[in-house]
Write a protein that binds this ligand. Sequence first.
Ligand code: TYD
Ligand code: MG
Length: 455
Amino acid sequence: MAKAKTSFSCAECGNVTSKWSGRCEACGAWNSISEDAGISDGPAATSLGQARGRAVALTDLSTEETPPPRSLSRLGELDRVLGGGLVDASAILVGGDPGIGKSTLLLQAAARFAQSGVKTIYISGEEASAQVRMRAQRLGLADAPVKLGAETNLRDILTTLEQEKPRLAIIDSIQTMWADNVGSAPGSVSQVRAAAHELTTFAKRKGMSVVLVGHVTKEGQIAGPRVVEHMVDTVLYFEGERGHQFRILRAVKNRFGPADEIGVFEMTGQGLAEVTNPSALFLSERGTPAPGSVVFAGIEGTRPVLVELQALVAPSPHAQARRTVVGWDGSRLAMILAVLEARCGIPFAGLDVYLNVAGGMKISEPAADLAVAAALLSAREDTALPAECVVFGEISLSGALRPVGQGENRLKEAAKLGFTSAIVPQGGKLAGTEGVALSRVGDLAAFVGEHFGAG
Ligand code: TYD
Ligand code: MG
């Protein structure tokens, strides 16, 4: 008999290799590789042999498909991120740092779904039932018809779900689940993978939706939710800074709706409250216009969101000046600094540069380029931009400004929040919005000349 092959996999990215190493070749993470027990993901150990299968029914692409039925939680922010409610028989992964509020969010969601007539079971592998009940009381949800279980044994959980036949099961968390046919410890890559596989296939078979909670962590022993991402229909990440009360639920993959959609919540003493006007919240801490502070009119998913960018530029005491970024891409910052130097003759050598997106928000749109450049220049020249002014536009390596999508929506949101002027790229079809004066600039050098009197 052939010897069973051992395989190793990375807890961060799920890459499978035949030998152990200290650093994952695929994603570069350190100390994330561990041995898989039992399950081998390598090429199939046996060939399929001679036995014939059954022919698969094929259809045309034009075959009419009715949209999948959905249930609403009436937690508007959650429903929107899901693409308009929870699709029946779908599998969802909710990832996030420990302590960010995943259990709170899902207990609230469970209660809402149950109150809207969706039979819901909440299985906690992390807390005792009494603890979950106490939290429910604190959240004012003690009366919600949610069925609660505290269990980590996957076999028992599947039997329970089989008997109870809920329409939605929430598993908190996938890292605590334990399948007795897999020889390794709970939280290991093989356990997480096996448990997620069992739960998602069970859900599809029974027409039940399942929500898996997964902790994102860098510690080697615990498998990150990455290994589960490909098994589920929808991947949501719950993000936020510990020190801030804002929490953002972000869709990074969604087979049933737009990815990149966000839902905004605020962590309060009574659980998570929906934030229906995120711009107002993100700008609420803004004081009088100060050098280095610029308001970017962004788009998150289908919704315009205004956020404040803050920059600080100071002479560096170090041989190598610092570049520190929170909430924005570090290499994009380097690019903008290079363009400012090469195309506008404004050097940042010998200066420490700090860039922060206020409120714990993360921005990935290139449309923020011009706002970043404006914040950097404003900090460096110690000159504030006009109050009540928003900025957006993409910067190309030549220093030219490129128009960005959804300009009208950005301006409308700015007008709604009392902004009266906007700095935008020339060109494109941007018509403007009543109440917001447009300052159109063709390239970065012109922008510098116009607003910072140099160039
Ligand atoms: P939790 O949902 O347990 O986080 P996770 O499941 O992601 O690990 O939330 C933990 C934090 O939320 C905890 O530090 C306390 C805070 N919290 C509130 O501020 N208000 C509340 O009503 C609740 C239930 C929790
Ligand atoms: Mg939890």
